[in-house]
Design a protein around this ligand. Structure first.
Ligand SMILES: Cc1ncc(COP(=O)(O)O)c(C=O)c1O
Length: 420
C-alpha cells in the first residue's frame, strides 16, 4: 500500500468511527418512513441539513433578518455582514482568489444560465461551436442549446465508453477554429464518473477556449480548488452540500465576469439609472439583481463551515469506502447490473434489475424506508447512450453507513423476490 493509500484508509477509518455521532446532527435521519428507519440514499438529488445549519437559518430570521446592501439601520448592516461573510466562506471553500468572484445564485442551473446569458450571448455567434460531454445534466445542455438556436452556433459532444468515461482523444479531435466554449461536468450525477477536468481545462486553454465546470455533484464530496483547476467558471448547488435550497454559487474569473453582460436587471446590479441608460454595478453585484436568497446564502456558509469541520479529504476517503462496499455487494447480485463503472467514481451507484422497471424498484424500496432515485436523473442523453429509459440510483453522503448499504442490498433482494 502506498503512503497516499494508507493516509486515505486512515482518514476513512477516523470518519467511520465518528459517523454515529455526526448522524445525530441531522434531525431528519432519525425519522421513520413507512414504519422503517429512514435510509436516505438520494443525496445526489438533495442532501440534508445538520443542526448547525438549521440553527443558523433560524437565528438569521429571529435576530437579524432584513434586506442587504441597502439599509443604514442596524439589522440591515448585520444581515449584510452575514451575507458577505458567507461569500467569503465560499471563496475560501473554492479557493477563489477574490470574494468578488463568488456570485450567489439559486443553484447550479441558474449559475450555468447566467454564464450562457452573460458570456455566451456576448461572445458566441453564428458558426461557433460549444463542446459539451455526453454525460451532462440537462442544466448543462439546455441553456447551450437555447444559445445555439438564438445565435446559429452548434453543440459538439464528447462521447464516452461503455464504462461511462469520456474519450479524451475524441475530445481533442473536437477542437477547431470554431470552438468558443467548453462546458463539462466534474462528476456525472447519473453515472458517478469523475472526469479529469483539470487536464481537459488545460487542453482547452492551450487553444484559447474558456471552460465552465458543472461542480454540482463534485463540490459536496471532495475538496475543490478553482485556482488549481484553472477553470473559468464553476457552478454548484447549496442544497446538495448540506445547505438550504435556494442558494448556490457561480465562481467566475474576475476578468471574464467584468467583460460579461448582466444576466438580470433590477436592484443591486446598478450604480445609476436614468430612463436613458443604466450604469451597472461592479462584480459580483452586477450579477445579483434583486433581493438575494439571504438566509439560504448564510445557511450555505454554515454548511460549508460544517463540512470543513469534518474535512473534505476525510469525507472523500470515507465516501470512497461506501462506494467500494456498495459496488462490491451490488455487482455480486445475480440479475443486477451497475450502469456506470468508470475507474474514477464518486459515491453514486446507478443500477438496473432484470425484468423490473426502476420506478417499481424505487416504490418497493420506499416501503422499506429506503429513499433512492428512479428515473432519467435529468440526463436523458445518458439513458439513450445505455438504451434504457431510466435507472435506479443510490447516491451517498458522508452520513451514510455500511449498514445502510446492507439494508439496500436486502431491499434489492425483496424487489427481486416480488417480481420473480
Ligand atoms: C450535475 C448536475 N448539474 C446541475 C444540476 C442542477 O442543480 P440544481 O437543480 O440545484 O440547479 C444537478 C442536479 O441534480 C446536477 O446533478
Amino acid at each position: 500500500m502506498s503512503t497516499t493509500q494508507a493516509l486515505r484508509v486512515a482518514a476513512a477509518d477516523r470518519l467511520e468511527l465518528e459517523i454515529g455521532r455526526l448522524r445525530t446532527d441531522f434531525p431528519i435521519l432519525g425519522r421513520e418512513v413507512n414504519g422503517k428507519p429512514l435510509v436516505y440514499l438520494d443525496n445526489a438529488a438533495s442532501s440534508h441539513m445538520p443542526r448547525p445549519v438549521i440553527d443558523t437559518w433560524e437565528q438569521y430570521y429571529t435576530t437579524i433578518h432584513s434586506n442587504v446592501h441597502r439599509g443604514v439601520h442596524t439589522l440591515s448592516q448585520l444581515a449584510t455582514d452575514a451575507f458577505e461573510h458567507a461569500r467569503e466562506t465560499m471563496r475560501g471553500f473554492l479557493n477563489a482568489r477574490e470574494s468578488r468572484e463568488i456570485i450567489f445564485v439559486r443553484g447550479a442551473t441558474e449559475a450555468i444560465n447566467l454564464v450562457m446569458h452573460g458570456y455566451g450571448r456576448a461572445f458566441i455567434g453564428a458558426g461557433d461551436e460549444i463542446i459539451l460531454s455526453a454525460m451532462e445534466h440537462h442544466a448543462n445542455i439546455v441553456p447551450w442549446q437555447m444559445l445555439c438556436k438564438e445565435k446559429g452556433a452548434r453543440l459538439r459532444i464528447i462521447p464516452m465508453n461503455d464504462a461511462g468515461e469520456l474519450l479524451q482523444d475524441e475530445y481533442h479531435a473536437l477542437f477547431n477554429e470554431h470552438t468558443k466554449f467548453v462546458a463539462i461536468t466534474q462528476v456525472s450525477n447519473a453515472l458517478g464518473t469523475i472526469n479529469p477536468v483539470k487536464e481537459m481545462i488545460a487542453y482547452a486553454h492551450e487553444r484559447g477556449v474558456p471552460v465552465l465546470v458543472d461542480g454540482a455533484q463534485a463540490a459536496p464530496h471532495a475538496a475543490v480548488d478553482v485556482q488549481d483547476l484553472d477553470c473559468d467558471f464553476y457552478a454548484l448547488s447549496g442544497h446538495k452540500m448540506c445547505g438550504p435550497t435556494g442558494a448556490g454559487v457561480l465562481y467566475g474569473k474576475a476578468d471574464l465576469l467584468n467583460r460579461m453582460q448582466p444576466f438580470q436587471g433590477g436592484g443591486d446590479m446598478i450604480l445609476h439609472v436614468t430612463f436613458e441608460e443604466t450604469i451597472y454595478n461592479e462584480i459580483p453585484y452586477k450579477f445579483e439583481a434583486g433581493t438575494p436568497a439571504i438566509a439560504s446564502a448564510i445557511g450555505l456558509g454554515a454548511a460549508v463551515d460544517y463540512l470543513n469541520g469534518i474535512g473534505m479529504n476525510r469525507i472523500a476517503a470515507y465516501e470512497q469506502r461506501l462506494l467500494a462496499y456498495a459496488t462490491d455487494r451490488i455487482s455480486a447480485m445475480p440479475g443486477v447490473r451497475i450502469i456506470g463503472t468508470a475507474k474514477h467514481k464518486a459515491a453514486v451507484v446507478s443500477f438496473a434489475i432484470d425484468g423490473v422497471h426502476p420506478h417499481d424498484i424505487g416504490t418497493v424500496l420506499d416501503q422499506e424506508g429506503i429513499a433512492i432515485r428512479a428515473g432519467h436523473h435529468c440526463a436523458q442523453p445518458v439513458m439513450q447512450r445505455y438504451c434504457v429509459a431510466a435507472t435506479a440510483r443510490a447516491s451517498f453522503a458522508f452520513y451514510n453507513t455500511l449498514d445502510e448499504v446492507d439494508v439496500l442490498i436486502d431491499g434489492i433482494r425483496k424487489v427481486q423476490e416480488m417480481f420473480s
